[in-house]
Design a protein around this ligand. Structure first.
Ligand code: KIV
Length: 297
């Protein structure tokens, strides 16, 4: 796919644009990216919002969950993504332990994502009193902040593991309260992760900010998926809500295995992969080398 002509080029996605999309019922497309090549892909594909999720922890850094990833690690990945993006809104994910301790810690970390990595906004997890207070502090410090309720992987142990949330009236009501509190705190948008579709649909009428779902059914204003999940750059199928659009892990493994086989059988490199030298220059070079070898002997 080539870029659209200059006069049809997409404008940068702003907070106003997202609010307009919600008002017009235009679905918002959000995806994660963790490096420069994936940023170029999602830019070219025309998504609206790119999240450098703390899910980089398990998708590219080899951790088993999102808890250990650090601010420094995410800033490095976020800067690489920033260099590949022109139009989508870039959201940096505040990792576990980088915002909970105090409002000033939250503001300081959020500032780093904006100033050092060029983020347009940040995201934090949870809708309890601490997360709501931090979201408010960050918004009041002038940084757009996105909330995230339902399954919040940073605190999944407390939630009973990686499983759907809000599946009884009390739990659904708690999520509703959290979403409303985050909205009141000044969040410009909110992620609903792994909650029943009917709960998300019921909640939509009570919120005025864009809601982006992942495993929350079709009623939300937009959807987000992890780049590696939807392109199959991982083993196994992942969560129930993942739809696979490609199987790149298999394709990449097959490609590298073929390369290894070609090197071992000397099928690679072929003559077309090498550089030539003028015959006369080659003769002169060989003569020069032979002379030197003789002198050295
Ligand atoms: O880190 C992440 O990938 C996320 C998305 C699932 C929303 O938070």
């Amino acid at each position: 796919m080539s870029s659209p002509p200059k006069d049809q080029q997409r404008k940068r996605v702003t907070l106003t644009k997202l609010a307009e999309m919600r008002a017009l019922g235009e679905p918002i497309v959000m995806i994660t990216a963790y490096d420069h090549p994936s940023a170029l892909v999602v830019e070219e594909a025309g998504v609206d919002v790119v999240l450098v999720g703390d899910s980089a922890a398990n998708n590219v850094l080899g951790y088993t969950d999102t808890v250990p990833v650090t601010v420094e690690e995410l800033l490095m990945l976020t800067r690489a993504v920033r260099r590949g993006l022109k139009t989508p809104m870039l959201v940096g994910d505040l990792p576990f332990g980088s915002y909970e301790a105090s409002d000033s810690q939250a503001i300081e970390t959020a500032h780093r994502f904006v100033k050092e990595a060029g983020c347009d906004a940040v995201k934090l997890e949870g809708g309890g009193p601490t997360s709501v207070a931090r979201a408010k502090a960050i918004a009041q410090a002038g940084i757009p902040v996105m909330g995230h309720v339902g399954l919040t992987p940073q605190t999944s142990t407390a939630l009973g593991g990686y499983k759907a949330q809000g599946r009884d009236a009390a739990a659904a009501t708690r999520i509703a309260g959290e979403a409303l509190d985050l909205q009141a705190a000044g969040c410009f948008a909110i992620v609903f992760e792994a909650i029943p579709s009917a709960v998300a649909e019921t909640l939509m009428a009570h919120l005025r900010i864009p809601v982006i779902g992942i495993g929350a059914g079709p009623a939300t204003d937009g959807q987000v998926l992890v780049f590696h999940d939807l392109l199959g750059i991982r083993e196994g199928l992942g969560a129930r809500f993942v739809k696979r659009y490609a199987d790149l892990q298999d394709e990449m493994t097959a490609g590298v295995a073929q390369y290894a086989a070609d090197v071992r059988s000397r099928a690679y490199p072929g003559p077309e992969h090498g550089y030539s030298i003028d015959e006369e220059e080659l003769r002169a070079f060989r003569a020069e080398l032979a002379g030197r070898t003789l002198r050295a002997a």
